[in-house]
Ligand binder design. Structure first.
Ligand SMILES: [Zn+2]
Length: 148
């Protein structure tokens, strides 16, 4: 195929891609299989959820694993992005990025875009639910949130 017949995909039109490491690989493997999972202490008497993930519990040092979470939670805080700053979202202004406190544990927070709501209607403590969506430009699936 000659260069002139290849499809034109501008690099700046695609969002940044995750770069999994030893600590986050379990998260990305779960989302790829359609499950939202967070790092969880395997000791049932502790059961601490952790974000960012760790290979050992920060409270009791037991091993951790990724366990499914409900994806339900409340908006802890958020920003309204009004200026083009991140490739892949340049044509989608304004948009909302939130930090969501998941119902599983106080302080267990996950960032994500908040979709299908006018930015001016987003408020802290609003109930939201995660769904998983493909991230354009690669094979990753990411959580996004919508009002419950
Ligand atoms: Zn623990």
């Amino acid at each position: 195929m000659s260069p002139s017949t290849q499809p034109t995909v501008l690099p700046q039109s695609l969002p940044p891609q995750p770069v999994p490491d030893a600590d986050t690989q379990g998260f990305w493997a779960a989302t790829a299989s359609g499950t939202l999972a967070m790092c969880h202490c395997t000791d049932p008497t502790c059961g601490l959820w952790m974000m960012p993930p760790l290979d050992a519990c920060r409270k009791c040092a037991a091993p951790t694993r990724f366990d499914e979470v409900s994806g339900a939670g409340t908006i802890y805080t958020f920003i309204i992005q009004r200026q083009a700053a991140v490739s892949g979202y340049l044509d989608n202004l304004p948009y909302v990025v939130g930090i969501i406190e998941l119902d599983e544990q106080r302080g267990l927070r996950l960032p994500g875009r908040i979709l299908d709501i006018a930015p001016e209607d987003v408020v802290c403590d609003m109930r939201v639910q995660a769904t998983l969506e493909s991230l354009p430009g690669g094979d990753y699936v990411v959580p996004v949130f919508r009002k419950q």
